[in-house]
Design a protein around this ligand. Structure first.
Ligand SMILES: [Zn+2]
Length: 242
């Protein structure tokens, strides 16, 4: 069974308390891997480093949010999915309030009442293309995170939709190669993908020929190189050989 842990945090902008869900455990079973490095799998959590407040839309880095408390999914259900249990509403509310008050130290009674009245909304993953315009990063790693995620999103749009974002797309393909770290195998291949997907086939091939990669990256690199040599600039699923 999948387990989640849920944390409750307060937004620095509007002061409302929101929830944030993370996998307690995950895996890449049934994963689909794409040439741009994106992995899609039912139980794989790529992590949410950048969140948006579900109430006011403020962008915030997860590492900067201070959790008021973190609870397991079963405890969260007990508190907020009240219809699932057979208790009468008033009985349950009394139990809930004491449980929540003990978990949320330093949170006012009013806040606890309003949490129990309206289940906390869940922080969302921001639209990374829109987030790019806001430039919420403070360093290269954060910039890379936003750009890679915006790039992954753009790569999955239909060709008509992509046309509308052609200037954003061009900006990412210009900037991302400078942010990706060639000494890491995955980023070397992603950098080659930036070149290949924007039609710079020779650069893609020459980068992938510059050094060899190891282990799980071998197949991915050789597939991307083959596509570039063929002049193919489409995003592809990496064939599953297992
Ligand atoms: Zn907010």
């Amino acid at each position: 069974m999948t387990s989640y842990y849920i944390s409750l945090s307060r937004c620095n902008e509007c002061g409302r308390i929101f929830s944030n869900w993370g996998f307690g455990s995950g895996n890449t079973l049934g994963a689909e891997r794409y040439t741009d490095g994106r992995v899609e799998a039912p139980m794989f959590d790529p992590g949410q480093s950048l969140l948006s407040c579900p109430y006011c839309g403020l962008l915030m880095w997860t590492r900067d949010t201070r959790a008021l408390c973190t609870m397991r999914d079963v405890d969260y259900m007990w508190l907020f999915e009240r219809d699932l249990f057979g208790l009468k509403e008033d009985e349950k509310r009394a139990v809930d309030k004491s449980v929540l008050s003990s978990q949320l130290k330093g949170v006012s009674d009013d806040d606890i009442d309003s949490l129990l009245r309206d289940k906390p909304k869940t922080a969302g993953t921001p639209d990374m293309i829109a987030a790019m315009q806001e430039k919420p990063w403070r360093n290269r790693e954060e910039e890379k995170y936003v750009l890679v995620n915006a790039w992954w999103k753009l790569n999955r749009l239909s060709s008509e939709e992509r046309t509308a974002f052609s200037s954003v797309s061009a900006a990412i393909c210009e900037r991302l190669p400078f942010l990706l770290d060639e000494s890491r195998d995955a980023e070397l291949i992603m950098k080659a993908e930036c070149f290949r997907l924007s039609g710079r086939m020779e650069q893609a091939v020459s980068l992938l020929s510059s050094r060899s990669v190891a282990g799980e990256y071998v197949e991915w690199a050789s597939f991307v190189k083959k596509l570039a040599e063929r002049g193919d600039s489409e995003i592809r699923k990496i064939p599953d050989n297992s």
